[in-house]
Each structure stands twice: as structure tokens, then as C-alpha cells.
Design a protein around this ligand. Sequence first.
Ligand code: ADP
Length: 754
Amino acid sequence: MHSRRRYVSLGLAAVVLMLGLTATAGVSAALASKERRSAAQEMDRQVDLAQAAVAGEVRRYLDTVDTLAVALASHDVLTPEAFERITARVPGENLPGATAVVFVVPADGRAAAEPGAVAAVQDAWRAAGANGLTLRPASGVAEHFFAVYGRQLDGRPPAPAGADLAEVPAIADVLRQARGLGGAAISDAALLPDDPDRPSAGRRRALNLATPVLGAGGRLRGFVLLGLRGQDFFGGAIGEVLHPRVTATLAANREGGGLLPVATAHPIAPPSDALRRTRYLDIAHRRWRLDVAADPRELPGASSDRPLVAAAAGALPSVLLAALVYLLSSRRAKAMALVEEATRDLRAAGREARDRAALQRAILASVSEGVTVVGEDGRVLLHNPAARQLLGTAEDAEHLEDWPAHYGAYRPDRVTPFPADELPMVRALRGVPVDRAEMVILNPAHPDGILVSVSARPLDRSGGGPRGAVAVLHDITELRRHETELAQFAAVVAHDLKSPLTAVHGFAAVAAEALADAPPRPETAGFAVERIRQGATRMRAIIDDLLAYTTARDAPLHLAEVDLRPLVDAVVAERTAPRPAAHLSRAVPDGAPPVPSVRIGPLPVVCADPNLLRLVVDNLVGNAIKYTPVGRPPQVEITASTGGGGVRLEVADRGIGIPDEEKGRVFDSFYRASPVDYGGTGLGLAICRRIMERHGGSIAVEDNPGGGTRFSVLLPREPADAARPDGGWRRLQRPAETRAITHAMARSAPGVEP
Ligand code: ADP
């Protein structure tokens, strides 16, 4: 993880560095390219300058010779003095490289004219003042060009007068050219004739300018010849205008063909990547070549270290920036990692807290116990769903003192409002733990009231939570009912079982005495034994009812299709079977009881637990026969109808009826509305109600129009076991036990009176 972040930081820094260097390289390249362009421009400019300088200087020199020619021509007789005077200003003309200015006169050199022509010339000029002039004609030339007057300009000894310059082809050529042009001309380049000792490569190059000196009518009187040393000429002409780091070589046509470099300004060896320019100059009918070269890095204004500086200036910050980015990003990455870690921890903590809260909520929502938490000020902080259901209202009471009225809290007597300052919650807030305080909640949600056991404690503040109190509410209505039933059961056992047991005990003594008497009294013994048997039967009936009640409450349903008709027939047959008179009620004084009349209507097939359903029918038919006024034959009608989501089975009689005020209670366990003369345990209808509830159905009682009672049982089309999944059934899971109970129920006999 760490190394990954490090790589990310390094990557980021590398990107920054790359970008920086790329940008720097770009800038540097752009600068270099710009500089190359500037260098090229500068080179062009340098070449232009050189060209202009050469042309300008050549022009100035030519003008000088032209002026001289005009000045010389202005003298009809050109005396040496005149020449001296006229040329005296030439040295002051600043003509670098100018070696000499010479007045040259031509003479016909053809054989036919010789020697008279040369002599004539010599004579003429001697006459003009050139004393001692001796012309030394060169041989083999068609035309002679004699130097008549001359002025050295470079401090050297003056050129000898009378020399025939026709010997120097370049000079003869330029003179002829000047004559042909009628104006100034420039010669080819030649190695200086006065420098014969130097090696060829080191000999100086010479150029000559010539212009004709014309007399009246355009007659050629001679030439003004200006000798130039190429190197000096260009040293002055272009050396000054060119940048010292720019080298330029001027090549002129060489006599005899080709080009001869005449001068090199700033002779430096240019590098291989030097900028080079070649320019051809057409000057005075000659084509010269100017070669200029320069190291672009040394060109003025074009050469700079800017690209390098830019590169350095760009690269350095790039490196610094990359380093900074690396530092920052690695720090940031570290910070991010810390934040991530913290966030992860926080999330995990949050998730854990949420999970815990959700778990607590789930627990609170799932528990059947009501949990209520109040703050220090008595305000409700929490009611779980069970608490709301128990308290029967969604609205919370504002203050604890309002609780009794708000929730309808009473003492267990169901009448006395629970005193507010004795509320478990109030006492817990005072620091007093309360265990299993009982109160009745009686309000619109619980119109019959429920009995609630409340335990309360001050909130445990060891974890730093708020002050307050927590109460756990437990609905003990059912529990109390069972306890009551248990108490009633005990009473029944104590009373109902004790009663026949007493009879059994007493009659056993009677029988014993009757048999022990001499003579024995068999009738008395027989009577007593019969009463013993009746007592035992009574006890068995009570025990059977108790077992049946337990079974009806807890045994699992075994639903099956049950044809009601055979079931009802079997019950009726058993209930109406003739019995010995002694087995019947004490209320029947003598003789056989009246035979019950039972009418059975069409009965459908239903879905139910057959054994339990038989128990219901047996109880209802048994009661219908039993609760008939003494001496009257019981009249029972059993019918069924379909509708309302199920089957309604009705058992109606013409018996003693049930007063309206007792109709609601006859289904309670152990409740007996009728005089004890009729016998019974008060469990039969409770068993019926329980069984019907287990089937998801119901049982009701009403008066039978015309007298008697009508019980109706509603059996849903698709019954479902409405029993609690747990409860007492667990205690009866053993099949043998279940079978025994079922068997006992099936054998439950009609109530008999001891
Ligand atoms: P018991 O064992 O006393 O018959 P039940 O639970 O079967 O107990 O009946 C409860 C009471 O309801 C009876 O004591 C009786 O007063 C009354 N009762 C039940 N069935 C009838 C009926 N068909 N006619 C009149 N009263 C009845």
C-alpha cells in the first residue's frame, strides 16, 4: 500500500518533470529556432552589408579614378607637376589598399608601328615635362601601355616610369576594357607582380581600376590606373562593416580563368555548422563572388545562450517542481492515507454503531416485553413496539404524573388509579429499583384491561449515558388467568374430587359394615358399592375434563376432512344410549329418564381435527340433553349451514336456557351457571371455545326462539392452528402422552351425578 502510494507520487513527479522538461525543451527549441532564424537574418544582413560595402567602396574608388581622369584631362599638357598636384589629394581620400595611381598612355605595339610609335610617345611626354622618360616597351604585345607618371600610395618606392604595363595581362586587359567602355573598369584579380618572392598561396592579390583620360573630341590621352591590394582593399571596405566573427571572402575572376580569392575579411575558420552565404556581385562589368560564413552562435543578436539559459531556467524549476510535487504528493498521499484510514475506521465505527443500534432496535422490536425509557425530566425517550402495544397509545404522556390518566393505569383492583408517585418509573428515577409491580392498563385499546407487570431501574450510567430510568413491561393477563385457572383447578380438585371421594370413602365403610354384619346385609352392601362406583365415575369425569381442557389448549391440530354426519351420529348414539336408572341424575326420582328426541339436519364435510371436533359436538349435545327440566324429554336439533367463509353448526335445545347476563361467562373455564343439580365441571364450554379458537373459528350462544338455548359453532373453510407455536405443547410432545390424552378425550363420558 505504502509502496503503491510512493509509486504514485513518483509517477506524478515524473509526469511533472516530463511536462516541465518538455515545455522547457519546447521553449528552448523555439528559442533556438528563433535564434536560427535571427542568425539567418543576421547573416543575410551581414552579406547585404558586405555586398553594399564592396559595391560602395568599389564605386568610391572608381569615382576617385574618374575624378582623377577628368582632372588630368582638363590639362591640355599633362605635366608631371599637374599630375603630382592632381594626385596629391589621393592619399587623403582614404583608399585602403590603394598601392599607386599611375597615368598610363597606350602606344601601338604592332610591328608596323614600331619603333616610331613608341618613340613618338616618349618624345611627346618628354615634351610635356616628363624629363628622362624612357619607355621600355615590352616585346610581343600588340599594344603598349606605358606608365608615364605615377604616385605611390602605400609608402613603397615609386614605380619606375616608362615601364610597359602591357606585360601584366590583367592591367592590359582592364585598360582595354576601360577604353572600350569609355569609362571606369575593374580588372581580374592577379597575384601582385611586386611580390614575387612570396609563395603563391601567400602572395597578395591585386586588382586594378582603370578609367580613360579623354581629350577633346573623345580622343584617348591615356588612362588613370589605380592599383589595389585586394586584402587591404577589403580590410578597409568590408572589414569595418562586418561583424568581427563573420568571415567573408571576395573572389574575383582570375586572369586566365576561374576565380581567385582576393581578400578575406576576418579570416577565421568557421565551424562545420556555420551559416554560409554566397552572393555574386556584378560590379563594373565584373562578376565577383562573395562568400560569407559565420558561426550562428557568434552572430550579433542572433547568438545567445537564451535557449540554453531557457533550458536551464526551465529544467531547474521543472526539477524543483517535480521534487516539490513528489514531496507534496507523497505528503498528500500520506495525509490521504491517514484520512482514508481514519475515514475507514470512522466508517467501520459508524457501521458498527449502526449495526449495534439496528441490532438493539431489532431486539427491542422483537421482544414481547415492553421496554420504556424516560429521561431525567420524565420525558419518554423510547417506547419499543411492545410497550406501545401494551400501553395502548401512540401518543406519549408529557409528564410522568400524567401517566396514570394518559395510559389508564390502575391498581390491580381495576378501580383505583395508580398513584403517580408510586409509578415504577418514578421510583426508579428516584433511584429505587422496582420489581414486578402490577398494574392494570385500562383504556380504549384495552377495554377489558390487561394486567401488566412492571420492573424498573435507574439507567445504568457506567457507560456515560444520560440520566433516566428504564422499565420493562410484561403482559401477565394470560399468566394470571392461567394461575387463576390453576387455583380453580386446585379448588375443583379439592372440592369436586373430594366430594365423590368422600362418598366413595363413606359408602365403602357402609358396604364393609353391611357385609361384616351377621347376618350380612347384601342389599345395603350392593347399594353402597353402586354409590362407590358412581363416585369413581364422577371422579373420572372430572379428570377426563381436566385432561381434555389441557389437550384442547395445547395439543397440535391434526386437520383432516371430517364428514360431520357420522361424527354427530356417533355422539348422539352414545349420549342417548339407555343407561341404568342409577346412573342418571339424582333429580330423576324413579324409573327410566325420558328418551331424548334428537333431530339431525343435513351435515357437510368440514376440515377440522376430528378428535377435537368430536369433543365440541359431544359437549354441546351433552349439555343440550343435560340442561333440560327434570322429567321432560330433551329435544335437540342439530343443523348446519354453509356461508360466511365456513360452516356453521348449530345445536339447539328446548332446555332451561341461560340468562342473558350469564351468556358471556359460560365459556369461561370452571364457570357453572346452572344449579349444581345438573352436575358438571364448568370446563365443557371452555374446552369448546378453545378448540374453536384453535381452528380459527368461534362459538356463540343465544336463546333458542321458542325456549331453550342455541349454540352455534363457526368452522372456517380453511382452518389454521391459531395456537401459540410454543406454550404448553412442548410439554406434551411425546406421542404416547398425546395418544393417551386423545384417547381419554374420546372416552369422555357424559356428566353423571354421584
Ligand atoms: P358444565 O360442566 O357445568 O356443564 P359447561 O362449561 O359445559 O360446564 O357449561 C357451563 C355452564 O353453562 C353450565 O354450568 C350451565 O349453567 C350452562 N349451560 C351450558 N349448556 C347449557 C344449555 N344447553 N342450556 C342451559 N345452560 C347451559
